[in-house]
Structures are given as C-alpha cells and as structure tokens.
Write a protein that binds this ligand. Structure first.
Ligand code: NDP
Length: 456
C-alpha cells in the first residue's frame, strides 16, 4: 500500500482506539485513494488526508428532560462537524441507543464524500443522541409518548442551536428522527432564535419542507440502480428484489420498485423479517408505512394478517427468497456480512444498491467486488436524501416551493450525475465498473481541491 496512506491509517487506528465503525469507514475510503494520491503529490505535501480524517469540531452535550412520570432523565447529545470545505455542514440526526462517537464519526466521515458527490455545495456532518424514542424510560414495552419526544427534542435543540444555522450547519433526520422530531426541533430553534430560517431539512410541507424529500433517499437509491442496470442495457422491470428495513428509506425504495414493475419480496425490522414470494402489493406497502410512521408499531404485530406473507421472528432478509436479482440493504450499518453476500450471490443476485450507510461489512463488499456484480456503496446510492435536502435549502432561501415533478426531475438528474461521476472516476483510474473506487475518488477530489485552495 502507498506509504502515505498507510501512515495516515496507522495514525487513525492509534488515535481512535475503540471507535471500530469510524476506523472501518476510514479504511474503506483511504484504501481506494491510492491511484489518486499517487498522481497528486500535493495532497501529501499539504497534509490533506491527515486533515480529512480529523473532524473540524465535535460538540458533546448533556440533554436533560422530564418524562411523563415527572422523573428527570439525562441523555447525551452530539454533533460532529466534520468538514466544511465545500459548503455548510450538512447531515442527519440519529436518535438510537446505539449512537456513540464512533458511529457518528463514521457517519459524518461518509457524509463528506456523499455530499460532495451530490454536485451541491454541502459540507459533511452528523449528530444525534442515545435517546431511544422506541422505549419509554419508565414502562417496559411502551414507546415514549409524543410529549416525551417533544420535551427531549426541545432540550436537545436548546444546546444544539448555539452551533447550527442556515449558513453554518443544517441538520436533517436519520434513524428515528422523522417529521415529528424535525417539527419539534424546528419549533424550539425558532423560539430561541426569533427567526424563521431553513436551519433544518425534512420539515413538513406547511413550514418550508420540500415535496419528495421523504421519498428521496429510497427513490434515489432505485434511480441509481436503474442507472447501473442501463450500463448493461437492462431495466428493473420484472426483477426479484429483497429489501431490509421498513423505515423511511426501505419503504420508499419498495414503493418505487413496485411502481417500476419489480417484485419486492422482503422487508424487516427489529422484530424480524417478512417474505412475500409473489411480491408485496402497493396496498400492503401503504399499510406498512402507516404502521411505521403513524402507529410506530412492529412487523410482528401485523404480519399474521398480511395476505401472502410469512413472518420470520428475528430473521435477516438475505436468506429468505429462493431467487434474488437485486438487494437493497436499507436498515443499518453492518447488517449484511460475508456469509449473507455469498448466499445472495448463490441465489443469482447481480445488483446491490445500499440505501443504508455502510450496511455491508468489508467481507461482503469484497465478495460483491470479486463477483463483479453491480454494487453501489451507500455514499453514492443513498445520496438522493441529502441532495433533496439541498434542494429544500434552495427553496427556503428563495422563499419558493417547487412542484413534486420539479423536485423529482432534479433528483433523477442528480442521481444520474452521481452515477456518471462515479463511473467515470473509476474508469479514469483504471477500475472500470468499481463504484466503490469511483464514488470515493470523485467525492474526495472535489473536497481535497477545495481544502488545498483554502490553505491550512
Ligand atoms: P428508520 O428509522 O426510518 O428505519 C430504520 C429501519 O431499520 C427500521 O425498519 C428499523 O427497525 C430497522 N433497524 C434499525 N436497527 C435495526 C437492528 N438493529 N436490527 C434490525 N432492524 C433494525 O431510518 P431510515 O430509513 O431513515 O434510515 C435507514 C438507513 O438509511 C440508515 O443507515 C440511515 O443512516 C440511512 N440513510 C437515511 C437517509 C434518510 O433520508 N432517512 C439518508 C441516507 C441514508 P424498527 O422499525 O423496528 O426500528
């Protein structure tokens, strides 16, 4: 391996011990940059990689709040402002007990390259809390009430508002942060700052949200898959697709696939996985979205009543179907391992497009690349969400609201541009068809050159 890259990797491993997800994300990116670093000695001379792997700023704060029983609870809040070379920090907020500094640094680091790929001026960041809206702190088996979520969000924003702004840092949603949470966060920001500004994206339509933003990550992932298939003169119609997750990204990826004539055979959540050998119908998908967005329930509660569907408690989706053409991991990081990848390949899978961030383990990525199937890493395939957040920011600045068609057309264009940039970068550096290399190199070069131009 290139000595410069090796030395930066060694430094990252030594100085971030215990941050497994972050180290995994840095290794995944840096090991693909060899060809570009080899022909650009100025990156080493100016310490670009050393600077790139260190967040510009990390904010860590206490989030005290009062539950419905009057008991004081304390969670930990974070914002990792990783890189602002090409635009204001931008990246989602995740509320989940699994949130820690390693997870947020990995997500923030990925976000730098993803945002660069969108073609929009967006820096990279990520934030969130170990708060769990799916488990009440006082009653086992009960979710937090809306009032508890509101009080938590208000306390979280009371601190976060010091560090964000429409030209500084514009957070959005991520796991367990949807329309309800963004509404409460926005309300508190507005109250404290005494101004209405586009400081958050993913807002409801009535106060500055963008049409197609909820759909954008899932739709964009499918558009990216269509672009990859087009390079082989294929379309998605009639293909057997497996999807993991059943949240925002999974549900809109499923909707778009079904609209385009593909069969969606599976979905999953923390309770298990559902398998529909003939494909999930649009009605079932709509019902499941209601379950997740409104009732906030689990697949296990409703699966017995779904027509043509079998439920597998605690199962992953990758082994359920006999034949698979395409896989869309849309739940969480490291949810698809080397064995899952081998099983998918055996079942005939020729396309993987990641809706989630880093859902495939390094062994799974290696298996997909060795098999030379169409494999799109999350930072390219799921960039439609942040890209449409960028479009929401533009609409807020203009004080205008674009039609759904306008936004969807722009989303399609952006996904096509990301695909083309990644494809062309891979080809330019001698790795044709390798979207991992292509996405990393294309995302990196733009940020690295901006950092060079702006001095140390
Ligand atoms: P949601 O919270 O809406 O959905 C996440 C889904 O994953 C849920 O179905 C959840 O199950 C499931 N899940 C989470 N943890 C586990 C687990 N440990 N085991 C099994 N299932 C699990 O999140 P999103 O759809 O917004 O995000 C999904 C992924 O996509 C994340 O990696 C996120 O970072 C990424 N992403 C999201 C974007 C967006 O715009 N929302 C943009 C780009 C990337 P349950 O319903 O039971 O909680």
């Amino acid at each position: 391996m290139n000595q410069y890259i090796q030395s930066v990797l060694d430094f990252v491993r030594q100085h971030n011990s215990g941050q497994a997800e972050f180290i995994q994300a840095v290794e995944e990116v840096l090991t693909t940059l060899e060809p570009v670093v080899a022909v650009h000695p100025e990156y080493e001379a100016e310490g670009i990689l050393e600077r790139l792997v260190e967040p510009e700023r990390i904010i860590l704060f206490r989030v005290p709040w009062v539950d419905d029983k009057g008991i004081v609870r304390v969670n930990r809040g974070y914002r990792v402002q990783f890189n602002s070379a090409i635009g204001p920090y931008k990246g989602g907020l995740r509320f989940d007990p699994s949130v820690n500094l390693s997870v947020l640094k990995f997500l923030g680091f990925e976000q730098i390259f993803k945002n660069s790929l969108t073609t929009l001026p967006l820096g990279g960041a990520k934030g969130g809390s170990d708060f769990n809206p799916k488990q009440s702190p006082h009653t086992p088996g009960l979710r937090c009430s809306d009032r508890e979520v509101m009080r938590f969000c208000q306390s979280f924003m009371t601190e976060l508002q010091h560090h964000i702004g429409p030209n500084t840092d514009v957070p959005a949603g991520d796991m367990n942060v949807g329309g309800r949470e963004i509404g409460y966060l926005f309300g508190q920001y507005k109250r404290i700052s005494n101004e209405w500004s586009g400081v958050l994206t993913g807002k409801a339509l009535s106060f500055g949200g963008s049409l197609i933003r909820p759909e954008a990550t899932g739709y964009g992932c499918v558009y990216f898959a269509e672009n990859m298939l087009a390079t082989k003169k294929r379309t998605i119609e009639g293909l057997d697709c497996v999807i993991s997750g059943s949240g925002n990204v999974a549900s809109y990826a499923a909707e778009k696939l079904v609209t385009l004539g593909a069969r969606v055979l599976t979905l999953s959540d923390r309770s298990g996985a559902i398998y529909a050998p003939k494909g999930l119908s649009p009605e079932t998908l709509k019902f499941l979205r209601q379950l997740k967005e409104v009732r906030r329930g689990e697949l296990s509660e409703v699966a017995p009543d779904l027509p043509g569907v079998t439920f597998y408690p605690g199962a992953k989706v990758w082994q359920l179907a006999d034949h698979v053409d395409c896989a869309f991991p849309c739940a969480r990081q490291n949810e698809l391992d080397g064995q899952d990848a081998a099983d998918l390949l055996k079942k005939g899978c020729t396309l993987v497009a990641e809706g989630a961030n880093m859902p495939s383990t390094p062994a799974a990525v290696e298996a997909f690349l060795s098999a030379k199937i169409l494999y799109a890493p999350g930072k390219a395939a799921n960039a439609g969400g942040v890209a449409t957040s960028g479009l929401e920011m533009s609409q807020n600045s203009e004080r205008l609201a674009w039609s759904a068609k306008t936004v969807d057309d722009k989303l399609r264009e952006i996904m096509a541009a990301i695909h083309e940039n990644a494809r062309a970068a891979a080809a330019e550096y001698g790795h044709e068809g390798n979207y991992v290399m292509g996405a990393n190199i294309a995302g990196f070069v733009k940020v690295a050159n901006a950092m060079l131009a702006q001095g140390i």
